[in-house]
Ligand binder design. Structure first.
Ligand code: ATP
Length: 129
């Protein structure tokens, strides 16, 4: 049995959540954008609690936070893979990285719109109502 198979066997015995948690923490440590999104998510949760949003609004907020963090993690995975297989310039490497970055952008813009729809009227009536 070679070293790779041994590694696979010992990995299969460990807690299946460990590699996933490791991926999240490694991304948090290494990717500035992921850290910004985590801080923004915590700020939004604080604001939503303060403004006493409804259950339906909480569902939208939690969905938006999840979609942004998930796309950031997938973007990081694509970047790492592309850097591994194509460290030099290649049009397909560009296509993969740009598409992954586009997914993050769509998730962030969608979340910003949902945030405005939920928070702007509440903040407006709080300060000017
Ligand atoms: N190997 C490559 N071949 C072709 N284009 C590349 C390659 N690597 C990066 N690029 C181009 O440069 C852009 C930036 O790539 P980079 O790896 O710096 O990621 P990034 O979007 O800046 O993310 P981060 O800041 O999180 O590292 C990509 O979106 C892509 O257009």
């Amino acid at each position: 049995m070679n070293e790779k198979s041994n590694k696979k066997m010992s990995n299969s015995r460990q807690n299946p959540f460990l590699p996933a948690l490791n991926g999240i923490f490694t991304t948090f440590r290494g990717e500035r954008n992921f850290r910004i999104h985590v801080v923004a998510a915590l700020a939004v949760v604080g604001l939503a609690t303060w403004l006493n949003v409804t259950y339906t609004e909480w569902r939208w907020i939690i969905g938006c936070i999840a979609i942004v963090l998930i796309t950031e993690l997938l973007n990081t995975a694509v970047e790492a893979l592309v850097d591994l297989v194509s460290p030099d310039y290649h049009p397909l490497a560009k296509k993969a990285k740009d598409a992954a970055a586009g997914a993050v952008l769509i998730a962030a813009v969608f979340s910003a719109i949902i945030g405005c729809v939920i928070f702007c009227p509440k903040l407006w009536s709080l300060f000017f109502g």
